[in-house]
Design a protein around this ligand. Sequence first.
Ligand SMILES: C[S@@+](CC[C@H](N)C(=O)[O-])C[C@H]1O[C@@H](n2cnc3c(N)ncnc32)[C@H](O)[C@@H]1O
Length: 235
Amino acid sequence: MRLRGRKGIRENLESQQDIVTLDPREHKGRWAEWFGNDNPIYIELGMGKGQFISGMSVKYPDCNFIGMDMYDELIRRASEKARGIWMEQGVDLPSNVKLALGNIESLEEFFAPGEVERIYLNFSDPWPKSRHGRRRLTHPRFLDKYRSVLNEKGEIHFKTDSLTLFEFSLNSFAATGLQMNNISLSLHREGINEEHVMTEYETKFVGQGMNIYRCEVMVGNEALRKYQEHKMDQF
Ligand SMILES: C[S@@+](CC[C@H](N)C(=O)[O-])C[C@H]1O[C@@H](n2cnc3c(N)ncnc32)[C@H](O)[C@@H]1O
């Protein structure tokens, strides 16, 4: 089999400017313009091969989705996935999904304050060694970045198979004053939970009988107020 070289992949991505950006800085503050509407913008950070972001874009056509990863090849695989899944719906060009090559470290350079409504963190690398704690995508230094791009309704939705990362993350959210909601210690306890679109890693881990942890984090004031009203109703 002839493997496509790095240059070939880059050329391929450059020819896909309808849904792929190799320089998300160019869209800062203007993502709505690129989507052509003011629908809420949901992003997946570290999307991998794009199963989740593609599935979400079909399931929620009134939301705009951006998948971000730092590897060309993953952006290529994700674009194939997104185009394929929309093709099955009879749509040639997906209109509510974009794919961005970028390092999450530079998130504030890619999005203007308040431009994003939801961040998905799915099966982020657990970085188990404590000296690597600052690299975990739920470390307080990343939460500051997320806070700066999320709007008033802003939330983070987080899924992982790693109990260690989950515990670390719950503590990190709490330490930065963030409230959590819909915490699940076993998302697919009663069989596949169809309500949630699965990621590649999730499909693999669930197939191996592994446990999946999930929670939602209220970041924006409006998200927090709604959550608190809802909780009050329960008493
Ligand atoms: C374990 S994989 C999970 C992929 C996918 N979310 C899933 O659940 O199937 C983690 C992904 O995060 C990406 N990633 C890790 N650190 C990143 C960073 N700083 N910026 C962008 N992507 C990153 C990796 O390239 C990889 O694709």
